[in-house]
Design a protein around this ligand. Structure first.
Ligand code: NAD
Length: 364
């Protein structure tokens, strides 16, 4: 009988700090995780693993088999960022990015979740007017392992005097069904509104997409479903972004729309992401390894801390703890603290570690 008693969670996390600012921002996220353990009584075992440039230096390959095995044996993965100028001239199979693609493929991560939330205190950082972006809180769910990026036939061939480039949009019922389900489930954890984006007026693959998403909706009667053509969605994201809660879409449309949505918020140092698959999720900031500011204690750790909040919500079902982290971020920003990338008049500029301190104090 658990009535009236709090149930503590015990999970295993693989931590891949990576390169450049990766280790600095991941360290702050792990300090926040320590605080969640202290406050809520949960246990999160962490195992560190190598990928990207750090793995190339230590083992000669960007994704050691051991790293993939460690990830598969855990409940979730937290990643900093991979890459940097030191490895830019490496041959294709020896580039840090190969490690990232290998992780996504190896873990079967077919759903990419990218929230775009405009914090009131930062609404002036957007290139759009404050009254358009203030209060925006949306989530793009992008299909990550299918569609035109993988479909066949593909390639460039000769046709008489001309060259022809071909790529093919391919979606199977099973692929659409599982990403639609991911979209509905994400909407259930938010404001229960899902917009499916396609180009069903022109593309057959989109017509199937729309039909399957509509069928999946029968299993989620508590979520309101709408459909938009991608050109209209691109326009609506700029004209009235507050209308969106969760947007589910294909690999290509999601690639473009998630960058458009990200820019509503103004700063890359604020944007978290989750990639979900069959058995576990990988969580990482949207930004890269920022070699220009690495090792200076000036990187913004908020994207990584917000990625950790997504892990608690989507992998561990810890909605309350996740919202606690998000609220702590809001409070620190409202008190006027900023890292250097968010510099504005009247703000108090703090370093990476100090931003971590401020956020975990709020959680405490
Ligand atoms: P980047 O995101 O690393 O940096 C772009 C700009 O944003 C830089 O000026 C940087 O200083 C700034 N910036 C990024 N994150 C910041 C943060 N947290 N706080 C403050 N400022 C921040 O992109 P880039 O310069 O194009 O790429 C650098 C390296 O990162 C490359 O090797 C690239 O391949 C790699 N990369 C990795 C990932 C990943 O691991 N997922 C994603 C993108 C780029």
């Amino acid at each position: 009988m658990t009535w009236g008693r709090k149930i503590d969670v015990h999970k295993n996390i693989t931590v891949i700090p990576g390169d450049g600012i990766g280790p600095e921002v991941v360290e702050q996220a792990l300090r926040v995780l320590d605080q969640i353990e202290r406050v809520h009584g949960h246990r999160f075992e962490r195992v560190e693993a190598l990928a990207g440039g750090a793995a190339l230096d230590a083992t000669g390959v960007p994704l050691p088999a051991e790293t993939l095995e460690t990830c598969k044996a855990s409940d979730a993965v937290l990643l900093g960022a991979l890459g940097g100028p030191k490895w830019d001239a490496n041959p294709p199979g020896k580039k840090p990015e190969t490690g990232l693609l290998g992780l996504r493929a190896g873990l079967g991560l077919y759903a990419n979740l990218r929230p775009a939330r405009v914090y009131s205190a930062l609404a002036n950082a957007s290139t759009l007017k404050r009254d358009v972006v203030e209060g925006v809180d949306l989530l793009i769910v992008r299909e990550l392992t299918g569609g035109i990026y993988f479909g066949k036939p593909r390639g460039i061939s000769k046709e008489g005097e001309e060259e022809v480039g071909i790529n093919t949009e391919v979606y199977r019922t099973s692929e659409i069904r599982r990403i639609a389900k991911a979209g509905f489930e994400a909407a259930r954890k938010r404001r229960r509104k899902l917009t499916s984006v396609d180009k069903a007026n022109v593309l057959e693959a989109s017509q199937l997409w729309r039909r399957v998403v509509t069928e999946v909706a029968n299993d989620f009667p508590d979520v309101e479903l709408g459909h938009l053509y991608v050109d209209n969605c691109a326009m609506q994201l700029i004209a009235n972004p507050k209308q969106f809660d969760v947007v589910v879409t294909s690999n290509l449309f999601g690639d473009i729309l998630s960058d458009e949505a990200a820019m509503l918020t103004g700063s890359i140092g604020m944007l978290p992401s989750a990639s979900l698959g069959g058995s576990l999720g990988m969580y990482e900031p949207v930004h890269g390894s920022a070699p220009d500011i690495a090792g200076k204690d000036i990187a913004n750790p908020i994207a990584t801390i917000a990625s950790l909040a997504m892990m608690l919500k989507y992998s561990f079902g810890l909605q309350h703890e996740s919202e606690g982290i998000e609220q702590a971020i809001v409070s620190v920003l409202e008190k006027g603290f900023r890292t250097a990338d968010l510099r504005e008049e009247g703000a108090t500029i703090v370093g990476t570690r100090q931003m971590g301190d401020l956020i975990l104090e709020e959680i405490g």
